[in-house]
Write a protein of this length. Structure first.
Ligand code: CP
Length: 324
């Protein structure tokens, strides 16, 4: 595999999930695969889980890791072709991507949506330009419109906790005081469509995700109705795609409560974290046995490790058919 930038790079979710579960049982099985290889982790935005779990994954594979916070520490990058760079930007992505390629064997990038201009965000300027100009594989650690490492994690976690042939999975919008991107929700929707599940999305009117992503997934505007008999409730805020970046008004009652969870089939509560307690979800839910958010965070390592393994395997020195 060259790049991992989208859920669409997964050829079989069921197979990848099984492979990740096997890695979780024996995380050091490939501890020499990344020997003498270096991954660069470049962050344009904050992170706890992605930063540490991707490092952990790389270390489990024997890789060297370099981490850079670009915002505030790197040069301000220019992305426009032919730009006259006499204003705020100091370095063009053409050079930056090629330079990083001299130091690293894989580059992982986090660059969120700015939520100012929908067309610009959905063009994935940062990610696509690094893919265009770098000469090494690129991994998406959450871009403007997708978070495929999180989505793979979520598929692993659902599979591990599933007891049914076809579980009911609900993606529920929840309130948040700040405008958040649609990336996590987009990738979750994409991956659940590749799983054997009854899938429902619930959100207030006006918070529809991009139709090209949700396709035929039913949308239920009555949150409690959507929760009925759910086996998994995946909760995430996103700002409006239609009224781009708006957070809505008087939507506090979309918070996830114990009463709402009681409508489910002893459903599991999932969230990618970080989560705002008693705004997005009540303490009573997050602290209950229904919550599997810490296991989700744990699985970030094995999702990242599987992705890095798939990228590293063709790069590893070969002798005959043996990977040394
Ligand atoms: N879920 C997730 O991506 O967490 P971080 O933003 O802390 O990396």
């Amino acid at each position: 595999m060259k790049n991992y930038t989208s859920v669409q790079d997964i050829d079989s979710v069921a197979t990848w999930v099984e492979e990740a579960i096997q890695l979780k049982k024996n995380p050091l099985v490939d501890k020499d695969l990344g020997k003498d290889k270096t991954i660069g982790l470049v962050f344009f935005n904050p992170s706890l889980r992605t930063r540490l779990s991707t490092q952990k994954a790389a270390l489990n594979l024997g890789m060297n890791v370099m981490v850079m916070n670009f915002t505030g520490e790197g040069w301000a990058l220019e992305y426009e072709d032919g730009a006259v760079m006499n204003q705020g930007t100091s370095e063009h992505v053409k050079e930056a991507a090629q330079v990083v390629s001299q130091y690293c064997d894989i580059l992982a990038i986090r660059a969120f949506a700015k939520l100012e201009n929908r067309e610009e965000d959905y063009q994935e300027k940062v990610l696509t330009n690094f893919i265009k100009y770098a000469s090494i594989p690129i991994v998406n650690m959450e871009s403007a419109i997708g978070h495929p490492l999180q989505a793979l994690t979520d598929a692993i976690t659902i599979t591990e906790h599933n007891t049914k042939k076809r579980p009911k999975v609900v993606l529920s919008w929840a309130p948040h005081p700040k405008a958040l991107p649609q990336a996590v929700a987009n990738s979750f929707v994409e991956i659940v469509q590749k799983m054997d599940a009854e899938f429902v999305i619930t959100h207030p009117e006006g918070f529809e995700l991009l139709e090209k992503i949700t396709r035929n997934v039913p949308i239920e505007y009555d949150q409690e109705k959507a929760f009925t008999n759910a086996d998994f409730v995946y909760v995430k805020n996103w700002s409006s795609y239609k009224n781009y970046g708006e957070i809505g008004k008087n939507l506090e009652d979309w918070i996830i409560t114990e009463e709402k969870m009681n409508k489910t089939n002893n459903g599991k509560f999932m969230h990618c974290l970080p989560v705002r307690r008693n705004v997005v979800v009540a303490d009573g839910v997050l602290d209950s046995e229904a919550s599997i958010v810490i296991e989700q965070a744990n699985n970030r390592t094995y999702a990242a490790q599987l992705v890095l393994k798939k990228i590293l395997s063709p790069l590893a020195p070969q002798r005959g058919n043996l990977i040394l």
